[in-house]
Structure formats: C-alpha cells, structure tokens
Design a protein around this ligand. Structure first.
Ligand SMILES: [Zn+2]
Length: 281
C-alpha cells in the first residue's frame, strides 16, 4: 500500500457531487403512460425457456412486460432499434445517468451517436425492495452477462447456455444472421429481477437470491421501435452460481401490450441525439 500524505483525511472528507444530475433530462410523462397502460391490450407473447432466450419486437408506443412465472428467475435483456442494430442499449450510460439499479420512471438509453431513450420503466413490482443491508438492489445495469469465455478463463469449462450464447442464438433466430454475425451485436444487459451490489470492504460485484416471485413483473414503454432478446439466466435466481446446469431455472414471459387509439396524445418518439457529430473538425 502507498504512503498516505499528511492531509489524507482532509482529502477523503471532501463531499462527492453527482456526476450527471438528471434534472435536465427529458422527463417522461408518467401519468400519460400509466393511463395508456391501464387500458392496453396484450397483442403477443414470447417465452424464454429455462437456460434459453427468446426474441420479441415492440413498436414505438407499445409496452412490453417481463413476467416471472413458475419460480424465481433472473433475466438478461438486450435491446436494439428494430431495423438498425447499430443502435443498442447502453448499460454504462444508463448507469451513469440513473445509478447502478433502475426502477419506475427511469429510462434505458441507446448507444452513441444516437443516445436517446429506448424505453421507459413504467411498472416495477419489486420497487419495494430498495437497497438492502448488504447494499444489494434489484434490476442492475452493473453486470455484463454470464458468458462462456469468463467461465473458460476461471474454470476451463465449455458451457453453451450462458446468457451471452442464449442471446446470440435469439438474435440469430430473429434476424437470420449466423451466430458469428450475431455475436458482436450482443451487449451488456439490463439484469431484470437480479439482486446485486458491491461488497463494502472489497468493492467486489456480488449477487444474492432474487426476491422475485411468480407474478412479479417489470413493464417498459417502447420509445422507439425495438427488437428485444431476453435470456432466462442459467443462474436461476442467482443465489449460488451461474454458467452451469446446477441452479433451478424457470421460464420468463414477455407480453407485448398495445394501448388504445388516442391514448398517447401528445407523446412523440424521441429524435436522435442533437450533437452535430463533427467532433471539432
Ligand atoms: Zn446469465
């Protein structure tokens, strides 16, 4: 450990400032969304089988609801703009803007140079959980996704049902791309229903049993046309391990809901980011 300077305590005592105060972000009209959701009708359903992923398409102005069925299960979500895979969910920027975990009223943002809202969370039945005594909370944008490469590095395994591989197969099924073509488009996820945090003493990423129970759900409003893929993580409720077939796993259901005509009066799909893209030259 390095030598502490004489003013070490003074330096540590400086109060933090929030990197990105969210007050000037475009605000979602939650009352409008809630009213539209109340009367929205289901139009299609996709189901991610245990240790598999499903894909689904959501038009701008529709909702999609991720539902726990049968037992506690964590889901790894990828989102792209339907028709342009270069615009995809940007978990790092979402984390910088909203924090390590997301809930009702917060938004999922897209990659550069688009950087606009892809979806807004309108319902979260686990919002009661808050931050527990370990610093754990639900629906994180910290983790990447379980993948066969890290498993191979850590324990020499060849496991084919990590979320990374499940999402590749789902994107391949959705687009007709080969698995090799699809892989570079799979990205860091929203960990739906997953309970995670960082240990206070060592700062390590931890997971613990998800508090999700059948019937719990997370509902999002699609701000732009979306192609989604959801993996039912091989970790199940992520209480012990992932990247193996040892955990008890359950399916996850995705419902697409269509609001009534006129229910979104005044809402507009967000435009691409307003930066001019010249980068100073
Ligand atoms: Zn996983």
């Amino acid at each position: 450990m390095s030598q502490a300077p004489a003013d070490a305590d003074d330096r540590r005592a400086i109060a933090p400032v929030i990197c990105y105060p969210p007050e000037t972000l475009p605000r979602p009209d939650m009352a409008l969304y809630s009213a539209a959701l109340c009367e929205a009708e289901p139009v299609s359903v996709a189901v991610a089988a245990p240790r598999e992923a499903c894909h689904f398409r959501v038009k701008a102005g529709q909702f999609f609801r991720i539902v726990s069925v049968e037992g506690p299960q964590v889901g790894d979500l990828n989102l792209w703009r339907d028709g342009d895979l270069s615009e995809r969910f940007y978990s790092g920027k979402t984390r910088a803007l909203h924090g390590t975990h997301v809930s009702t009223g917060e938004r999922l943002w897209s990659s550069f140079p688009h950087l606009r809202t892809m979806a807004t969370i309108v319902e979260d039945t686990l919002s009661w959980y808050g931050i527990d005594a370990y610093g754990g909370a639900v629906h994180d944008v910290i983790g990447t996704r379980c993948d066969p490469y890290t498993g191979n590095l850590l324990s020499g395994t060849q496991y084919h049902h990590c979320c990374h591989s499940n999402l590749i197969r789902a994107l391949s099924d959705a687009t007709g791309m080969t698995r090799q073509e699809a892989e570079p488009h799979v990205h860091d996820v929203l960990n739906v229903f997953m309970c995670t945090g960082f240990t206070r003493d060592t700062g390590q990423y931890f997971m613990k049993a998800s508090p999700v129970r059948p019937g719990d759900h997370l509902t999002l409003f699609a701000e732009i046309d979306l192609l989604g893929a959801l993996s039912a993580c091989p970790g199940g409720d992520c209480s012990s391990e992932h990247s193996s077939d040892s955990a008890q796993c359950y399916p996850l259901r995705v419902e697409i809901l269509q609001p009534k005509a006129g229910a979104l009066a005044g809402w507009q799909s967000p435009a691409r980011n307003g930066y001019d893209g010249s980068h100073g030259r």
